[in-house]
Write a protein that binds this ligand. Structure first.
Ligand SMILES: [Fe+2]
Ligand SMILES: [Fe+2]
Length: 196
């Protein structure tokens, strides 16, 4: 990413996001840059996508919904009906229309950072896992997740999706199809490679 666009977005985020979310965003940027070479992604583009992944999260919900509906990368009915999921497609759309970001890999990484999908690029995997393992994250198994994320994209994604699907069914929540497709991809990968 160009230095200039990076600086413009960093200033925008610093001004618009709460202190806590700005810190989280910068931590995700750092972790995405750290994971990128392990997965075969470009570290600087991973940094940019990590930094901007929650750009739409603090917008009013109606604005998030409007942006998500316009998202040219597609958005499912299940996502549109789940307010916490809107900021991902909304963020991709905002970066495209307000900042002229055209890099499809970056836009897809942001669009799928909450729900995941089958066939994610190394960059999208780095952002997804950086969001779960950034320095500010503090949940019971975060150290374990950090270890998995540093082994390989497949190991990190599989363990993250196992946890996510289990948590969603536990709560009786809806699950976007793309999340199930992502889970199946890694479940098959480990079944066929006879390792875990
Ligand atoms: Fe997010
Ligand atoms: Fe996040």
């Amino acid at each position: 990413m160009g230095r200039e666009l990076n600086d413009v977005l960093k200033a925008y985020l610093k001004e618009r996001l709460s202190k806590k979310r700005f810190t989280h965003s910068m931590n995700v940027a750092d972790m995405a840059r750290e994971l990128a070479p392990i997965y075969g992604a470009d570290p600087e583009r991973a940094y940019f996508a990590g930094m901007t992944h929650d750009i739409a999260k603090e917008l009013p919900k109606d604005k998030q919904l409007a942006l998500a509906k316009k998202c040219t990368l597609g958005v499912s009915r299940i996502e549109l009906a789940s307010p916490p999921l809107l900021h991902a497609p909304a963020g991709a759309q905002l970066l495209k229309e307000s900042f002229g970001v055209e890099d499809e890999d970056i836009l897809l990484a942001i669009r799928y950072h909450t729900v995941a999908a089958a066939d994610m690029s190394p960059l999208a995997q780095a952002v997804y896992l950086a969001d779960l393992t950034s320095a500010d994250r503090d949940y019971k198994d975060v150290k374990k997740m950090r270890r998995y994320a540093h082994i390989s994209a497949e190991k990190g994604m599989f363990e993250a999706l196992r946890f996510s699907v289990e948590d969603l069914t536990e709560k009786g929540s809806t699950i976007p199809l793309c999340t199930i497709e992502a889970y199946n991809e890694y479940a098959e990968y480990f079944r066929d490679n006879k390792k875990n």
